[in-house]
Design a protein. Structure first.
Length: 95
């Protein structure tokens, strides 16, 4: 696993996202985009919505969340953890 640079951390803090080239293979990236498209088709944003749209799973249900399963499958948790404060844990399961 590669290390996140300080410049990448800063961009993440400033923009709310950062692009990390080479982390996903083309097939993984395509699958992720397909999952996002499927989710937006099944649960579109409200008419006229502009801006951020949170779609993180609600852990108090038994519903399957393909994007969360994909996140777990591709093994980027360690990389994602480098982008948040050390005292914050990334929640990926029910508690």
């Amino acid at each position: 696993m590669r290390a996140v640079t300080e410049a990448e951390r800063r961009r993440f803090r400033e923009q709310g996202y950062v692009v990390l080239p080479g982390v996903l293979a083309d097939a993984q990236l395509g699958r992720g985009l397909d999952l996002i498209e499927d989710q937006l088709t099944a649960e579109p944003p409200p008419t006229g919505h502009v801006g951020n749209l949170a779609r993180w799973p609600r852990f108090d249900t038994e519903t399957a969340y393909p994007l969360l399963e994909f996140y777990r499958e591709i093994g980027v948790a360690g990389l994602a953890a480098q982008l948040v404060r050390e005292d914050l844990a990334l929640r990926t399961s029910r508690r």
